[in-house]
Ligand binder design. Structure first.
Ligand SMILES: N[C@@H](CCC(=O)N[C@@H](CS)C(=O)NCC(=O)O)C(=O)O
Length: 186
């Protein structure tokens, strides 16, 4: 099995945590934008190859790995909805990050302001929910921890008004598989 990704991507990190939790051997192939453009129709990471299986999204990859290990993936509609909420948050924030990095003033583009508002309203919703103080975590929770870690690493979000999310994240920082997949520091 081969996982293509980067050590900074929160989407890839979720897959890496699932690989550790399910103890499945997998070669990690560090892939930049040129590599993902050449090999995946989405031109994004992660993507996964396993024999004839080729998967292009972290959601399908995490489902595949869980099921391959005999585990459930998102048993309830609520858990799937939480995965989708975090996904929307992560997609919008990563998208704004890349656009800002290209020098665009996001405050001057109405749709990008809508993206920014979507990020804040989704964070407010997630902040109102109950989150566990420690492992075990389900896939929505792992994804949320990966998102918060990335947003802090890239200084994209001020979490000071999201106390509940901060508390959840401090707990996740003690989880060995989360520690093992930290983005490179410094
Ligand atoms: N829906 C995809 C999103 C993956 C994604 O956005 N990956 C980012 C890295 S964090 C990427 O490769 N972006 C490159 C680009 O947008 O050109 C997933 O869940 O795998």
């Amino acid at each position: 099995m081969k996982l293509y990704g980067s050590y900074t991507s929160p989407f890839v990190r979720h897959v890496r945590v699932v690989l550790l939790e399910t103890a499945q051997p997998c070669e990690f192939i560090e892939t930049d934008q040129a590599g993902s453009t050449a090999k995946s129709p989405t031109q994004r990471v992660p993507f996964l190859e396993d024999g004839d299986v080729f998967l292009t999204d972290s959601a399908s990859i995490t489902k595949y790995l869980r099921e391959k290990a005999g585990q459930d993936y998102c048993k309830s509609a609520k858990e799937l909805d939480d995965v989708c909420l975090v996904n929307t948050l992560m997609d919008a924030t990563v998208n704004l990050f890349f656009i800002k990095r290209d020098g665009v003033d996001v405050t001057a583009v109405p749709y990008l302001q809508r993206q920014a508002a979507r990020i804040q309203s989704t964070l407010a919703e997630l902040n109102q929910q109950q989150w566990p103080a420690s492992a075990p975590y389900n896939d929505a929770q792992i994804r949320l921890a990966c998102f918060i870690g990335w947003a802090k690493f890239r200084n994209q979000i001020d979490f000071s008004s999201y106390n509940n999310l901060e508390k959840f994240y401090s707990g996740a920082l003690n989880y060995p598989h989360f520690i093992a997949t930290q983005p490179p520091q410094g």
